[in-house]
Design a protein around this ligand. Structure first.
Ligand code: SF4
Length: 452
């Protein structure tokens, strides 16, 4: 699960916008959560634009407001409740505004939204149901009786687009609420995914990231049991595609064939996100993750010897119920040993309905909040040092940056290893691959000079 890649994304609607579309045909989308939510919101915005809507820069200028919510941590839910509170005034002043609460907070097993009074919400819609949300737009020309929405028909897709290839998850990790909210795993058919990628790239995207909760398990629920390497090979051939990535892998599902395929396909980037979650076998067992640290170490060794220059990122939860100081020391030691490029760190947050929430209720297992925070900071310090050293190793080297856009007067791109690269240039290079010589590094980004 990509739960720790926590994003609070401003919608397209908050970009400067000079079009004169009336409020009745304006939408506002606000997204909290993981990359899957961001992808759902991007698809929703493309679909709303297909049915005649334009983005609004502020919620008060929209007649259709969608909050795409996240349940992975209690703090994410609180932020959504805060945002809903802000909408009360808008609904009072403009009663025709339609408000949709969408995403992981909506589900039969989430009591928190039913325990609160939410009169400002007109409709609740389950995660990823893009077509249901579009059908609720008051001035939509679309109804659910029509054939499937052309959600892939972006007018102007970004340079880099995330394409979901599966929904839900069949695992039962003790801390995770995703299977309760997003349901069991459903893979999308290969032809449908390839067709969507082809259309997105034909309209200008240059990089595709295939997205799933356990992307490596894609296809196991389909006739013929195709595997992720089959899909990578097919998407890799899409004309005009320059880069291909995938998120999120699982150590119990990653195969030799997948590693070899990434190494063999030139447009498949050397960049693997492999969440370990804890450095102790005892905690991994409590988490019900389904692998051991020895298995994880062996996988990392295999990945590094097969894919030269690969970057490795991971997710870690600190303070899971039952995690002792000794267990945590093993997590620190593992991160020191593997030297990840990036570690997404979260302090454990109990989610109602999960096994770990029951464990947290046991005082013998629960970790105190200040201790969780102290472990989070300690790991963060360690990782900052490692990331600083790894980035510094790139000084003077030339990387190929795929330019995604502008940022404070500089061009912002990404290296094959998915590191942010900033450089100055007089021309608009959006969508281009530019060689950049690295002149300055920090743990989180690189600065350089364009060589073209
Ligand atoms: S149950 Fe486990 S594998 Fe599935 S989404 Fe949650 S953390 Fe990821």
């Amino acid at each position: 699960m990509q739960d720790l890649l926590f994003i609070d994304k401003l919608s397209l609607a908050q970009r400067p916008d000079r079009d004169t579309t009336p409020r009745a045909r304006r939408y506002y989308v606000w997204t909290v959560g993981c990359q899957m939510n961001v992808s759902d919101s991007e698809r929703l915005e493309a679909a709303l634009q297909n049915v005649g809507y334009s983005p609004a820069p502020r919620p008060e200028e929209a007649s259709f407001i969608v909050l795409n919510s996240c349940s992975v941590r209690a703090s994410a839910e609180e932020r959504i409740f805060g945002k809903l509170g802000e909408l009360v005034r808008i609904k009072r002043e403009q009663p025709d505004t339609r408000v949709i609460l969408w995403g992981c907070m909506v589900g039969p097993q989430n009591r928190s939204i039913f325990e609160r009074q939410l009169p400002m919400v007109d409709h609740f819609v389950s995660p990823s149901a893009v077509d249901e949300v579009v059908a609720l737009a008051p001035n939509s020309i679309y109804t659910l009786d029509e054939p499937a929405l052309p959600v892939a028909s972006w007018a102007h897709p970004p340079v880099s687009v995330h394409v979901p290839i599966q929904y839900g998850c069949n695992m039962t990790c003790a801390y995770c609420v995703i299977p309760l909210r997003r349901g069991h795993e459903r893979s999308r058919p290969l032809d449908e995914i390839v067709d969507e990628c082809r259309r997105i790239v034909a309209r200008g995207a240059r990089e595709i990231t295939l997205l799933g909760q356990i992307v490596d398990s894609w296809g196991h629920d389909m006739p013929g049991r195709p595997q992720l390497p089959d899909l990578l090979e097919a998407v890799h051939e899409v004309p005009g595609l320059q880069r291909l990535r995938f998120l999120t892998s699982h150590p119990a599902w990653m195969t030799e064939r997948l590693i070899a395929t990434v190494a063999r396909l030139p447009r498949c980037m050397p960049d693997i996100n492999l969440p370990v979650q804890a450095g102790s076998d005892r905690v991994l067992k409590l988490m019900r993750r389904g692998y051991t640290i020895a298995r994880y170490q062996a996988l990392v060794a295999r990945i590094r010897e097969t894919i030269p220059g690969v970057s490795l990122t991971t997710d870690v939860i600190v303070g899971h119920p039952g995690e002792t100081r000794e267990d945590f020391a093993q997590t620190l030691a593992l991160c020191e040993e593997i030297r990840f490029d990036k570690v997404h760190i979260a302090a454990f947050s109990a989610r109602p309905g999960t096994l770990a929430a029951e464990q947290e209720a046991d005082p013998a297992l629960a970790v105190a909040e200040d201790e969780k925070e102290s472990r989070r900071r300690e790991l963060e310090r360690l990782q900052e040092r490692i990331a600083t050293e790894r980035s510094a190793g790139l000084l003077g080297q030339t990387v190929q940056a795929l330019v995604e856009g502008e940022n404070k007067g500089k061009w912002r791109g990404r290296s094959p290893n998915n590191k942010l690269v900033f450089f100055a240039h007089p021309d608009d290079l959006t969508g281009r691959l530019v060689p950049v010589r690295i002149t300055q590094t920090s743990p989180w980004a690189l600065q350089g000079q364009a060589l073209a």
